[in-house]
Design a protein around this ligand. Structure first.
Ligand code: CTP
Length: 329
């Protein structure tokens, strides 16, 4: 009893399907379940089990019950499992579990517990041929910070990552994509049952019409023209689907990178894309891309803008989730 009563944080790692079921139903049949029932501190579960057990409706219902009660159930990692199989269900990396615990102890509110959120991050690559692409400078740092902070606040997070060379954030479901078309499909699939979506990815507006199946050779002196066609505007599509009454996240957030006329361009973009919040960054040399710090103005549909001073990208992520949490119905 005393262990549970005096703890500041309880971490169950690995959390088996069995312990999740017992915790969800309030069993007190051994030392661990007794401790869980007496604890009043935050509880973090780091599940580890075979993919089928994780995906089973019974386990998913138990996880939903625990999350609704405020427990933090980290999404399992994808990879080699005990035995010959591999898939979702691997115990998250200890460093990743530690990250979640540290932010819970630092007082991160669990105000997103029971919510499903989708974050896109990184920058798309549009193939020119098998070895070349049109890309951009997005590192994915801001999107990953958004995903990490949401998971630490209890959300079930799907992170659609376009060409990001960063370790998977703890407790986050990562879907890897390359091109704008792949990103669109992954986001549309993920938002089906989501409460909020944050489009932090830098999406190429255009792609080569017909990427070459073989490497383009430098024959002659004249370079060959690359003909481009427009990519779908994913953020605008999310807004349109919601306006059309389709099942949609109740909060839609965009990012805008601008080099000049930052606020005027941002306001026009907020209206054009039909989102609730638009986080506007000024970009340019040494600003935003690839740096650990960021500053932004959040434009709010039908409200006053919110200034976020220069600071770590995690701090900016926290303010964005505060604004989102206040709008979730
Ligand atoms: N975005 C998107 N699909 C695209 C282009 C952008 O979903 N094809 C999203 C980005 O993820 C971001 C927001 O729209 O959240 C703004 O992106 P930005 O590149 O600044 O806007 P554009 O529509 O490309 O406007 P412009 O190039 O005219 O500045």
């Amino acid at each position: 009893m005393r262990i549970g009563q005096s703890a500041d944080l309880l971490v169950v790692a690995p959390a088996t399907a069995d312990i999740l079921a017992k915790a969800a139903h309030g069993l007190a049949s051994d030392l661990l379940t007794n401790t869980l029932l007496t604890a009043r501190c935050p509880v973090v579960f780091a599940p580890a089990m075979h993919t089928e057990m994780w995906e089973h409706p019974a386990t998913q219902a138990n996880v939903a019950t625990l999350r609704a009660r405020g427990a933090i159930v980290i999404e399992p990692a994808v990879g080699r499992l005990t035995g010959a199989d591999s898939g979702k269900g691997r115990l998250p990396d200890p460093a990743a579990i530690f990250d979640v615990c540290r932010s819970v102890l630092a007082g991160a509110p669990a105000d997103l517990a029971g919510r499903r959120v989708v974050v896109s991050a990184g920058g798309t690559r549009e193939a020119i041929d098998p070895v070349r692409f049109i890309g951009n400078r997005s590192s994915g740092l801001q999107g990953y910070a958004l995903a990490r902070v949401a998971a630490a606040r209890g959300a079930a997070v799907t992170l659609v990552a376009a060409n990001v060379a960063l370790p998977d954030p703890a407790g986050v479901d990562v879907v890897r994509v390359e091109s704008a078309l792949q990103l669109r499909d992954a986001v549309i699939e993920a938002v089906a049952d989501a409460d909020a979506v944050v489009m932090a990815a830098a999406v190429a507006d255009f792609r080569p019409v017909a990427p070459s199946r073989t490497k383009i050779k430098k024959t002659g002196d004249e370079p060959e023209a690359i003909h481009l066609t427009k990519n779908p505007d994913i953020l605008a599509e999310l807004g349109e689907r919601r306006r059309a009454g389709e099942k949609s996240p109740s909060v839609i957030v965009g990012f805008a990178a601008e080099t000049d006329d930052v606020l005027a361009n941002g306001q026009a973009k907020l209206a054009r894309k039909g989102c609730d919040l638009l986080v506007v960054n000024q970009v340019g040399e040494n600003l935003a891309f690839g740096t650990p710090d960021n500053a932004a103005t959040v434009l709010v549909a039908g409200g006053e803008p919110v200034e976020i001073p220069r600071g770590p990208k995690d701090d900016l992520a926290r303010v964005v989730w505060d604004l989102i949490a206040a709008r979730l119905v």
